[in-house]
Design a protein around this ligand. Structure first.
Ligand code: UT7
Length: 324
């Protein structure tokens, strides 16, 4: 039996850290009123990192990938599949994964992007797992990389205080030991308009609004429902229960959603990995960023059972249960 197992993790946050107060002051200068108290109380976010003007999703992806390769004891040339989850690609095409491949100095292996917004990493990991289990790859780089600061509307206080930039990566390898135990993905396109960046490029111009729009309360309500149901479902599939979960790593969007999920699963809050406070919502990068922080911080150890969960635009959601 072939399983797919994570053999290394890596991540990066761009250099520019902005505390809530620093962001609040910047927004005040353009007449947008918000406060550190509101942001902390309603979201749990205290700071976020923004990429420099010349820093692209592929740059962050490469730094995270190199760290994951080093942790796995692998060279880029040993990788035979690259998947990048991103909603903020370097360009319309080619894929950010192809650009990452070039920047890593390798060629030949399949490389493609997955676009499932904040569920992107869970989608990408699930696809890589399937390809490894069916013999299509043996050693994959799976990356979540975002520069959401590029698509924020800094006149919209309901969204611009929430997001940050960053990247996280894992090396996923074929193994006779688990590994990924089960995964499950979902989408419901009927809710495409509650979280979207509706602009597109047409006739050489941007047509429509190229900035992020979100109906926060609608997304909140959907998220708390689906995160519990998909967690239960993936545990059932693997023949495990919530008692078997050592660490819950949900998409880092709002501490109230994360606490609610843990409570519904009857998981103590000390099993919940939280990086949201220092990073904000980094969309597809949030789960691998949190996983890497937990691994390097000595929380997630070899053999631990970890439940990863994504939720976001599409509407999309999913979960991956794994033995680390
Ligand atoms: O990454 C994909 C998944 N994304 C998510 O899971 C996000 C889900 N949604 C959320 O996290 C929350 O809905 C938000 C954090 C976005 C908003 O929190 P909320 O508790 O749902 O607030 P609300 O939208 O109901 O707004 C409450 C009040 C409103 O004022 P009124 O109408 O009560 O006077 C807003 O105008 O808070 C006001 N408000 C703000 N006030 C100060 C909204 N944004 C701000 C702000 N600063 N930045």
């Amino acid at each position: 039996m072939v399983y797919a197992r994570i053999t290394g993790t890596g991540s990066v946050l761009p250099g520019q850290r902005l505390s809530n107060q620093q962001l609040v002051d910047r927004l005040a200068a353009r007449g947008v009123e918000t406060s550190d108290e509101w942001i902390v109380e309603r979201t749990g976010i205290r700071a976020r990192h923004f990429a420099a003007d010349d820093e692209l999703a592929s740059d962050l992806a490469c730094t995270a990938a190199r760290a994951a390769l080093e942790a796995a004891g692998r060279e880029a040339g040993e990788i035979d599949l690259i998947i990048v989850a991103t909603s903020t690609p370097d360009m319309v095409f080619p894929s950010t994964a192809c650009i990452v491949q070039r920047k890593l100095g390798v060629h030949g292996c399949p490389a493609f992007d997955v676009q499932a917004v904040c569920s992107g990493f869970v989608y990408a990991l699930s696809v890589a797992d399937a390809m490894i289990r069916t013999g299509g790859a043996r050693r994959a780089l799976v990356i979540g990389a975002e520069v959401f600061s590029r698509i924020l509307d800094f006149d919209d206080r309901t969204t611009c205080v929430l997001f940050g930039d960053g990247a996280g990566a894992v090396v996923l390898e074929a193994s006779d030991q688990p590994g990924i135990l089960a995964s499950e993905l979902h989408a419901d396109g009927r809710h495409a308009d509650i979280l979207c960046t509706p602009g597109s490029v047409a006739g050489g111009k941007v047509s429509g609004n190229p900035l992020l729009k979100m109906d926060g309360p609608a997304v909140f309500k959907m998220a708390v429902g689906v995160l519990e149901s998909v967690a239960r479902s993936v545990l059932d599939k693997a023949g495990r229960t919530a008692d078997d979960v050592d660490w819950l790593i949900p998409h880092q969007a709002n501490i109230r959603i994360m606490h609610s999920t843990a409570k519904k699963m009857r998981l103590p809050l000390d099993k919940l990995i939280v990086t949201l406070d220092e990073q904000g919502n980094t969309s597809a990068a949030s789960v691998p960023l949190a996983l890497d922080a937990a691994v390097r911080g000595g929380k997630v150890k070899r053999g631990d059972t970890v439940l990863l969960e994504g939720v976001g635009g599409g509407f999309t959601w999913g979960a991956v249960l794994l033995d680390f």
